[in-house]
Design a protein around this ligand. Structure first.
Ligand code: ZN
Length: 701
């Protein structure tokens, strides 16, 4: 059940941006000097005058150090809206591609470049006889054969679903789907035992919804999306051979069942508390909560012998018992038919994705489907992850990148070490425990130590079979972890992925090669620029080890309270400050959920602070100071942070993210965290009381 704690830095579908200069930039102010029209900072501001450079100045340009001068909006006041100042030019000139929910200067542009590379690689591989990657990808691209096969790849599953008449046959259908890798009705997977994180046990959790969250079923203002989903279910049932008239009522019944399942879901804010989602009940416990489900055949079919089980919510499994008894077998049949088709859509006739895309459009605002080759790259990256990863690292991750990234990570870790010692609100005993956790933290950079191999059969002419075999192989690999000691070397994500993670039960950070690219990182960028962008991400992940969730796990990865009570009280007050701060922001007319996003916001505020300290220490012995187009090094650092998050999203997508994403939108990730950063206010000489230097700032780490 790693989904609870895979603290994803940023999750977005792929995308790219078009960058044409408007050429309409206003004359630049001289940013290294305060605006003379503003009153000088008051004494009470605790804001010293701009420091005169103590080192010889080396003049450079923004472009030369790795920043985009055209991305700036020089008409904006950096002390009023820094995000607009750093990104306004980019936002004005960028258009969102028709098949994407958003554009972004970092994640999505990097992903787009990675796609281009993989497209070339896999196209060539598909023309090479006997190449595993080529056969897998090539079979996915053969849309004509796939279309001919229709729903055939999942026919055995649909046949079992068609036989549902009682609890026993319903259990058999759910089990068959789970064996194939579908989280039908409930989630299944290996998880570390929070009480002893060195042990891997069975994790079972809530699942079973076709929409992203329970709110879509229960909130009146999300009704249009629920209606669109009901149409999708109806169309899919027709595609599966049901009569159109009957399918309408059947779909309504399916939505009725899903709404009941949604009511059983633990709310996403409650799920942030690891104590709430850790319920070690073992086999007998879950069997007692849900006795109508046939557990013995399930364990056997899954190949699980361990008796250690944790569930995320007792209420969910107890509630399923009621639904298994009260819901008509016909409704279960229709529900699982639709679920099986949606869940396996990547392996089926393209018409299925044409149907589901109409719902996706409502959720993201994208007007076109992504081209098939991109979808096939995703599927190949999922199915043969480490074969794709090895090629990517060979061609796109030169040796110097790993060493340089390691140097950054060490500088940021050292900054955290020094920072902990300066915290006035933390007592000595808790400080010592925090240091212990920091010392034990592992860093995985670039790619795994050991690559996975793939032994399932790949048929260049049968995509459905290949896709399902890959899925089954991954399920077998996951099940094999259960009952064994935790392996901290496990990656479970592609090396080409544009993302970064902190895993609290492993106490480790992971930075795949995919994210160590421009504009986050380049050997050609200046230190200030690399640390402002990639350094902030590293500091962000490190701070996750100490956010509202991470702070509840110790150096080993066990859920353990290592805090002295008084310090814990102080910590909670400080995190509450962050909750309140972000609850005051809105996006696309929707208020941010400060409680849901607190972990990410704490990580952003801490991350930028650590990265700034690391940049200062790395530049301390430099013989000169770089001034780029008039911007000081400190200003360059913050411009780099801002420009790494230049983004433009469709309002539909912004609304969806505001309701489900634990991250704040880009604008608030920048303006929120920097308005809490004293070094930022100093660099741009912001007056106390300005938006970027409010009277009340939050500080946790
Ligand atoms: Zn994060």
């Amino acid at each position: 059940m790693r989904t609870y704690f895979a603290l994803i830095l940023f999750a977005a579908a792929c995308g790219s941006s078009q960058t044409q200069s408007t050429g309409a930039a206003a004359p630049p102010p001289t940013p290294q000097q305060p605006d003379q029209s503003q009153p000088a900072p008051q004494q009470a501001d605790d804001m010293p005058a701009a420091e005169a450079p103590t080192k010889p100045v080396k003049n450079s340009s923004l472009a030369a150090i790795g920043l985009d001068p055209d991305a700036l909006d020089r008409n904006a006041d950096p002390c009023d809206d820094f995000y607009q100042f750093a990104c306004g030019g980019w936002i004005a000139k960028t258009q969102i591609d028709a098949d994407k929910p958003m554009a972004m200067r970092s994640f999505i542009d990097i992903e787009e470049r990675n796609y281009d590379y993989l497209h070339d690689l896999l196209d060539k591989a598909a023309k090479t006889k006997g190449d595993k990657l080529g056969a897998f990808y090539g079979s996915c691209m053969d849309a004509a054969s796939i279309s001919k096969a229709g729903l055939k790849p999942i026919q055995p599953t649909l046949a079992t679903i068609a036989k549902i008449k009682d609890a026993k046959s319903l259990s058999a259908a759910i089990t068959q789907m789970q064996v194939a890798g579908s989280n039908a009705v409930f989630g299944f997977g290996p998880t570390e035992d929070f009480a002893d994180a060195t042990k891997v046990i069975v994790g079972l959790g809530q699942s079973g919804l076709g929409l992203p969250d329970r709110d879509y079923y229960l909130d009146a203002d999300k009704k249009p999306i629920l209606d669109a989903y009901q149409n999708t279910v109806s169309e899919l049932l027709v595609f599966a051979g049901h009569k159109a008239d009957a399918a309408k009522q059947e779909a309504a019944d399916v939505i009725g069942l899903e709404t009941e399942i949604a009511k059983l879901w633990l709310d996403k804010v409650a799920r942030r508390d690891p104590k709430r989602v850790y319920n070690k009940v073992d086999r007998e416990g879950v069997e007692k909560l849900l006795p109508s489900f046939q557990w013995a055949p399930f364990w056997k079919a899954m190949g699980v012998t361990s008796k250690d089980v944790t569930i995320d919510s007792k209420e969910f499994f107890a509630g399923l018992e009621g639904l298994m008894k009260s819901t008509k077998p016909a409704t279960w049949k229709n529900y699982l038919t639709a679920f099986a088709i949606i869940d396996n859509a990547p392996f089926l006739d393209e018409k299925v994705e044409d149907i589901t895309f109409k719902l996706e459009q409502k959720l993201t605002g994208a007007s076109e489907q992504r081209p098939r080759w991109k979808r096939c790259i995703d599927r190949t990256t999922t199915g043969l992850r480490d074969l794709v990863g090895q090629a990517f690292v060979r061609d796109r991750f030169p040796g110097a990148s790993k060493t340089a990234a390691e140097e950054e990570v060490h500088a940021i870790s050292a900054a955290m070490k020094a920072n902990i010692n300066t915290l006035a609100w933390m007592d000595a005993t808790t400080k010592q425990k925090a240091q212990q956790k920091l010392d034990a933290m592992a860093y995985h950079i670039g790619y795994p130590e050991k690559w996975l191999t793939y032994s399932f059969k790949i048929d260049a002419k049968n995509w459905g079979a290949n896709g399902l075999a890959a899925r089954r192989a991954e399920t077998v690999r996951q099940v094999a972890k259960i009952g064994k000691p935790r392996n901290r070397e496990d990656w479970d994500i592609p090396a080409s992925m544009v993302n970064a993670f902190y895993n609290p039960t492993h106490n480790k950070m992971v930075f795949p090669a995919g994210i160590l690219q421009k504009p986050f990182y380049s050997v050609d960028n200046s230190v200030a620029v690399n640390l402002g962008a990639m350094g902030m991400v590293v500091g962000h992940e490190l701070t996750h080890g100490f956010d509202d969730e991470g702070s509840q796990f110790d150096d080993v990865g066990n859920m353990k309270d290592w805090w002295q009570p008084e310090t814990q009280k102080q910590f909670k007050q400080r995190t509450q400050c962050v909750v309140d701060q972000y609850s005051g922001y809105t996006i696309a007319g929707v208020k941010l959920n400060g409680a849901l996003t607190q972990g990410e916001n704490i990580a952003d505020i801490g991350g930028v602070k650590l990265a700034f300290a690391a940049y200062k220490s790395l530049r301390a012995s430099a013989p000169d100071t770089i001034v780029a187009d008039g911007f000081t090094e400190d200003q360059q650092f913050f411009l780099s942070t801002g420009q790494a998050w230049c983004a433009k999203a469709r309002p539909e997508f912004e609304k969806m993210l505001a309701s489900v994403d634990p991250h704040s939108p880009a604008k608030w990730r920048i303006n929120g965290s920097l308005s809490d950063t004293a070094e930022f206010a100093k660099a741009f000489r912001c007056k106390l009381g300005s938006k970027m230097r409010p009277q009340k700032a939050c500080s946790v780490w």
